[in-house]
Design a protein around this ligand. Structure first.
Ligand code: SAM
Ligand code: SF4
Length: 483
């Protein structure tokens, strides 16, 4: 690709041949930053921006990238939708996520009337649905920029187009095999960060919209992942969370295939990196090799998020999960044997089409047998375009709500019991922040992800402290630092 680039160092135009995609985007960031400076001079105040995130950890990570680009352009980030640039990074896994976005956009109409120069942008999974974009074009004309999940790296270019074209900019890609590296990003915490190791999903669970809106599975090159983590560690990061919809199938489609366990071993060699977490693990791809690496590598946190979805083999089959109740329980046994301290968490859907009381009792049975530290419980939400949406026997709302409440109560009782098993022990805690309610306390996490509060101060943030766990308060501990 060939393009003309403004060179700030020489103050002149330079012709740059064969720019990489990242270089093209840095060019647009430069262009936008000139515009931001002009606006700031005109207004006599800084231009502000805000990123509003819905949904999962993938979206949170994408939002750090959006923030990095906005900061590079020169916006001052604030935590308010009264900013000069507001971007909503959307989720569409469940229907109420969509409804929340429309609600917020409705309110923003008034906000924009008060600040007509502001920009409103939308991106993320919800934008990959054609009917959503049609609705926005028709009824939400105050939106300035719309893009999806595949071209987030083009954010600066799209802002540039909005500035220069002065009309709504829409750029949605159906799919991509492109992974653009080396763009700016701004970490929410200086000491921990999410690292994408792969994008997309090939599993097509029958209830789930993710494969349609995030595209096919693509793994990043191991050398790119290692480089990003090494740079983050040099910058003060001690904990990484490796992100993918199904990390256990990492590396299958690389030119030189590599397993997730092999990648983990390489990551654990990085000096200065203290903790490695990952999510999400699909039970059908969880290998013995991975369980062994978890047991052997002290840096790998003793926490496994292993979505169950349902405890009924029949429902699992209809969900296209490709494991049985027995397979799942066997995996849990292996994990507990290999890592006796492990904490297990899960996702469960209640009210999938055709779910009978017996099926639901199978789910409760797994919950009893596993003893989860916590579980995200969801009411099944019909997503148009997925196979489950047209299945017969959708479950009436009152039945689902009743089951959901029974499940939630049991999950909470068990979690409180399970959580207390470490009472009296000394654990390593990574301090994350000063406690919001009591500033004489700090809050951190154990390797197994359990929250601990203890006496301390801001100087401890980002360090790992030995803490004696004094009392368990259902889902967290009160402890004291030991010298
Ligand atoms: N890839 C991950 C996995 O396989 O578990 C999680 C992806 S999804 C964003 C997170 C969770 O949302 C899923 O584990 C599932 O429990 C829930 N979910 C997905 N589609 C849903 C739907 N249609 N209704 C209710 N919950 C849903
Ligand atoms: Fe959705 Fe299943 Fe893929 Fe997870 S593995 S993102 S639940 S299709």
């Amino acid at each position: 690709m060939e393009m003309v680039r403004f060179d700030h160092n020489t103050g002149g135009i330079m012709l740059t041949e064969h720019l990489s995609e990242a270089e093209r985007q840095y060019y647009y960031m430069d262009q936008c930053s000139i515009w931001v400076k002009e606006q700031e001079e005109k207004l006599g105040r800084p231009l502000t921006a805000s990123v509003v995130t819905f949904g999962c950890q993938m979206n949170s990570r994408d939002s750090e990238k959006l923030t990095g680009i906005l900061e590079k352009i020169g916006y001052t980030m604030i935590d308010s939708e009264k900013a000069d640039f507001v971007i909503y990074n959307t989720c569409t896994v469940r229907e109420n996520a969509n409804l929340r976005v429309y609600g917020r956009l409705g309110q923003m109409k008034q906000t924009k009337k008060r600040n007509p120069g502001m920009f409103i942008a939308l991106c993320g999974c919800m934008m990959q649905e054609p009917e959503v974009v049609e609705k926005l074009k028709k009824s939400y004309r105050h939106v300035d920029i719309i893009f999806g999940t595949h071209n987030i790296f083009k954010f600066a270019e799209l802002i540039y187009r909005r500035i220069t074209e002065d009309k709504m900019v829409i750029d949605i890609w159906k799919d991509t095999d492109q992974i653009v590296e080396d763009l700016p990003n701004d970490r929410k915490y200086p000491f921990k960060t999410g690292i994408n190791i792969m994008f997309g999903c090939n599993n097509f669970c029958s209830y789930c919209i993710v494969p349609y809106v995030r595209g096919r599975e693509r793994s990043r090159l191991p050398e790119e992942i290692l480089k990003e983590i090494k740079n983050a560690v040099a910058d003060g990061v001690v904990e990484v969370m490796l992100l993918g919809q199904n990390v256990n199938s990492y590396g299958k489609n690389l030119e030189h295939p590599m397993t997730f366990s092999e990648l983990l071993r390489e990551i654990c060699k990085i000096e200065g990196l203290e903790r490695v977490r990952f999510m999400t693990s699909h039970p059908k791809d969880l290998s013995d090799e991975l369980i062994q690496v978890m047991a052997e590598e002290p840096k790998i946190c003793k926490h496994m998020h292993l979505p169950l979805q349902s405890g009924s083999t029949e429902i699992l089959n209809k969900m296209n999960r490709r494991y049985t109740k027995e397979d799942y329980l066997l995996l849990v046994d292996k994990l507990k044997k290999a890592c006796p301290d492990i904490s297990l968490t899960t996702d469960i859907i209640v009210g999938f089409p055709g779910e009978t009381e017996e099926d639901f009792l199978e789910t409760l049975d797994v919950v009893e047998k596993v003893g989860y530290d916590s579980a995200y419980t969801f009411i099944y939400s019909k997503r148009t375009g997925t196979p489950a949406a047209v299945m017969e026997n959708q479950i009436p709302e009152d039945v689902v709500k009743h089951r959901f409440n029974r499940l939630l109560n049991r999950v909470q009782e068990i979690a409180a019991n399970v959580c207390s098993r470490h009472e009296g022990t000394i654990q390593d805690v990574l301090v994350e922040e000063v406690n919001h309610q009591d500033d004489t306390l700090v809050t951190g996490r154990m390797s197994n992800n359990t929250v601990v509060h203890f006496k301390g101060d801001a100087s401890m943030i980002g360090t790992i402290v030995s803490v004696k766990l004094l009392t368990c308060k259902n889902f967290y501990y009160i402890g004291e630092a030991v010298k």
